[in-house]
Design a protein around this ligand. Sequence first.
Ligand code: SAM
Length: 299
Amino acid sequence: MREEAKGRRNPDFYTRNVWFTDKDDNQALSLRYTGEVFHDVQSPYQRVKILESYKYGKMLALDDMVMTTEKDEFHYHEMISHPAMFTHGNVKNVLVIGGGDGGTVRQILRHEGVEKVTMVEIDGEVIEACKKHLPNIAASFDDPKLELIVGDGIAFAANAKAESYDLILVDGSDPVGPAEGLFSVEFFNNCAKALKPGGILLTQGESPKFNEKAFAELHHTLADIFGKDHTYTSLFFVPTYPTGMWSFQWGVKGDANPKKITNDDEIEAFVEKQGLRYYNADVHRGSFATPGFVKDLLK
Ligand code: SAM
């Protein structure tokens, strides 16, 4: 600990100097936490942990990768759902693959026009842990519009009826373990088939500064399937993911263009009514502003 920092810390800083680290081969993100582990189970798919960080509250980690926290979950869950909902404009039937913490379906179900959400999560352990320890995120599992299936999203997509969904959200973890297949060409081809004409697919897109290879490959996979002019990358800030810069990658089956929204009034009224704290019309547009180094990766 740097000597000069000592004078600035509140007294309990030194009592619990325990750090949780999410890392890849070359970089990491660490969060100081209370040292208490509320849930720690090895499921058939992954290590499911619930900890409490000092700055971001309770958090879900899968195989020691930060998935979501009480204090910044809204960054990710607002940005995986609302930009696509307002781009499409008439979403009725949604498929969510992954999303075991419930944050994505919670945001989608805020939209009154949605008639049905099917959520396919491979690990029931994640759902139970989040219901118990992250109830504000896992708040919509009892919604009558939700069909919750504990199963493999890859197999589900392979057997899905063609042209069934207006929106497919792939809210998966990093391309390891059970989520590895959620990055495959075959999986996205099956998702594209299951999309209605005019439908939109969004997938957790990795980061242009963390796992760049997966980020670029995802974009090229979607461009091969949907066409370069119908694939988009939205960027957003999430402090508890390594590097903080993260993305969603889009495939659009039709002419809807997320960069050309004109329904600002509708968006702002929704933001106001729902008390959103990340998404708004300006953030929607800004999320498609692509820095040169990101454009280079997407070439
Ligand atoms: N929503 C979180 C957030 O705010 O960043 C992160 C993603 S969520 C926790 C990732 C989920 O994908 C996990 O619950 C994991 O079990 C699930 N998953 C991984 N592979 C899957 C598969 N093949 N089919 C369905 N769900 C899968």
